[in-house]
Design a protein around this ligand. Sequence first.
Ligand SMILES: Nc1nc2c(ncn2[C@@H]2O[C@H](COP(=O)(O)OP(=O)(O)OP(=O)(O)O)[C@@H](O)[C@H]2O)c(=O)[nH]1
Length: 333
Amino acid sequence: MVSPMNGRAELRDDKVITPFGDLAPRPDIRPEVLLRLSGKLQTTLELSQLLEIFLEEIQQAVLVDGLTFHHEPTGTTLAVGRNSLHTANYRLQTQQDYMGDMTFHRSTRFREHELANIEGLMTTLVYPLRNALRYHEALAAAFRDPLTGAGNRVALDKTLAREVELSKRHDQPLSVLMLDLDHFKQVNDEFGHSMGDKVLKEAVKAITGCIRQTDMCFRYGGEEFLIMLSNADQSGALRIAERVRMGIGQLTFAGAKHLQVTSSIGCATLTAADDTEELVTRADTALYVAKDSGRNRVISDLDIEYARQSDDKAEAQAEPQASAEDTPPQLKN
Ligand SMILES: Nc1nc2c(ncn2[C@@H]2O[C@H](COP(=O)(O)OP(=O)(O)OP(=O)(O)O)[C@@H](O)[C@H]2O)c(=O)[nH]1
């Protein structure tokens, strides 16, 4: 069903136009146009491509500057063409599925017969759009950890490699945080495995609440997460890490009043010499140091580097100096 949000018209997915009054304009589109459009829409499962094809085709029948598609359940918003002052909004729905909201834009007001044509053309979009949404969802699920909704290792490998490359090419900073929940085994042991699962889910919510939309959280292992911070240098990354650590520390759980969760975080920032593996290894080493030095803290790879340098310096200073006593006695002849 294609129904305008303003309630002026209704077009059902069985392609029968529900009369909205005898005087209401009917679509004035030749069947071969609908057939061609329908054929073209079946050539792709890519949402953005589908919308591009649709806009291109309807522009031949109605003057439209652009369209925006929004699908709440998957958080998808896509815009094609130009945004303009006047809009016509539609909700796309079959009897089983809600398929999103579509907004058409243009600089002048839409007239009734134009809306009728848009609605007529939209009937061809319903099923290709549903297929594209299902494809989009299946694709997204393949890259997501089913328990927490964080990205999985497959997604991490793909995304991080791309981000490292982009960061180097555009000379922009990139940091990663390796986060591990502290004493998580005890959470399972004392509060049960399903509470453990709940903690993992809430931890991911807390993490995503502390980072930008362009940043990403991946489940690295059981209770270990990698957070990728695009465009964040070392000081920015440390600030975010501290925020994440605090956010997790403030979590409360109904039915487990005394449960308090803390996390240890290792932070590393990409250097010119790094590849993906080196960056992750440095964050992992920093995490190990955070665990080793008491947990519930953030340690950066540079802290480790400074500590190493000052150890070297101290060692060098402690090396025995050659003194008169050290010089072997000279033999007199
Ligand atoms: N509930 C739940 N537990 C998990 C999941 N994945 C891993 N775990 C548990 O996480 C625990 C991790 O324990 P350890 O590796 O000993 O680490 P820890 O207890 O957090 O100790 P530290 O990391 O040293 O602070 C194990 O008991 C795993 O069974 C999961 O998906 N759900």
